[in-house]
Each structure stands twice: as C-alpha cells, then as structure tokens.
Write a protein that binds this ligand. Structure first.
Ligand SMILES: Nc1ncnc2c1ncn2[C@@H]1O[C@H](COP(=O)(O)OP(=O)(O)OP(=O)(O)O)[C@@H](O)[C@H]1O
Length: 193
C-alpha cells in the first residue's frame, strides 16, 4: 500500500439501522472521495461486464485457493456462485487516492480486525429494536422470514457494538440529520489524522 493511501472506513450495524442511507448521501455529496472495493466472483460475466471493473472474475479453484491463502476478508455463496472481498481489493481503492468504504456485518468486522488494513470502525445503531423493526417493515424490501432473521441477528450486532474498543464511533440513528452529521464529522476528523 502506498504511503498516500487513506485509511478505509468500516461501516457496520444491524440491517435496517441506516447504513445504506448514510452511504447514498455521502457518495452523492462527495462523488470522488470515496469508493467501494471490486469484489471477486465465480459467476460468469454478463454482457458488458469487465473483469476488474464490475467484478474480478475468477474460477472456483482460484477463488478457493485465495480463501486458503487468507486473502479474503469475507465471502459467501449465493445461487451456486462464490462472492467475496479481498484485502488487496480494499488496498487498491486506497492506492487510487480514494477512501474505501466497507459495509459489512460483525462477522466481517471480526475478520477485518485480523488484517493489516487498519480502518476506522463505525457502527450505526437503531434507537431500539422496536424502531428497527418498524424501519425494516416500512422499507418493504424483505420477505417476512428475512425480517425475522435480520431482527434476530440485530441483537448480536447491538451487543457487539457495546463491547469496549470494538468501534471507534457508535452512532445512534435517531434523528436522521443529526446522525448523518455525526457520521460526516467523524469521517472528516479521521481524514485529518
Ligand atoms: N433516522 C431515521 N429515521 C427513520 N427512518 C430511517 C432513518 N434512517 C434510515 N431510515 C429508514 O430505515 C430503513 C433502513 O435503512 P437502510 O436501508 O439505510 O438500512 P441498512 O443499515 O443499510 O440496512 P441493510 O444492512 O439491510 O442494507 C430505510 O427505509 C430508511 O429510509
């Protein structure tokens, strides 16, 4: 990683806490400052998809060899294809002068903590489980069973964020403007260091 690279930002917290809402605003406000890493996948490229741009397209053997070498921060299988994020893909964003944002769950956070990426860790938390349930339902993007499993996972994410030293900043997403302002203030502070 070059000396000018900026530290990545890990954004975590229960599903429905408001991470995507924050990121959408941030990317709109600062289109050139932040970036997402390019994931690896074993699925075939679709028409128009370029290797290294939309995804890094690799064979299953290559993917699993990378996993065995400890190169992946996280990976998962969907519909028979593997998808994942490598440590190098995150470093590449930094090498291009952008701050890489990782939107990952607590399992991913624990894995990142074992790497040399040294990101800032931010957790977005709902004001309460009841409010989280309300938001997940009103978002209307998940089936009932998915809402139930997200709420079940939420308690673990909430408890993990309460552990000493897990996150550099924990933001309770109560009033959206206040919460987003805190999110931005933390990122700005980080950039000055
Ligand atoms: N402060 C807030 N007050 C009320 N509603 C909010 C607030 N912040 C976000 N929401 C709403 O809550 C819902 C969940 O937010 P969002 O999709 O950003 O969550 P998320 O953490 O990105 O979830 P996932 O990890 O599942 O992608 C959305 O419908 C969003 O508009």
């Amino acid at each position: 990683m070059s000396a000018v690279s900026s530290r990545p930002i890990v954004l975590s917290g229960p599903s429905g806490a408001g991470k995507s809402t924050f990121l959408k605003r941030l990317f709109t406000e600062y289109p050139d400052k932040f970036g997402f890493s390019v994931s690896h996948t074993t699925r075939a490229p679709r028409a128009g998809e370029r290797d290294g741009v939309e995804y890094n397209f690799v064979t299953r053997e290559e993917f699993l060899a990378g996993v065995a070498r400890g190169e992946f921060i996280e990976y998962a299988e969907f519909s028979g294809n593997l998808y994942g994020t490598t440590i190098n893909a995150v470093k590449t964003v930094g090498d291009k002068g952008k701050i890489c944002i990782l939107d990952i769950d607590m399992q991913g956070v624990k894995l990142v903590k074992q790497t040399d990426l040294k990101p800032y860790y931010i957790s977005v938390q709902p004001p309460s489980i009841a409010e989280l349930e309300k938001r997940l339902r009103s978002r209307g993007t998940e089936k009932e069973e998915d809402i139930v499993s997200r709420l079940a996972a939420a308690q673990g994410e909430i408890d993990y964020a309460k552990e000493e030293g897990t996150y550099d900043e924990v933001i309770i997403n109560d009033d959206p403007e206040t919460a987003y302002a805190r999110f931005k203030a933390f990122i700005n502070k980080g950039k000055l260091e």
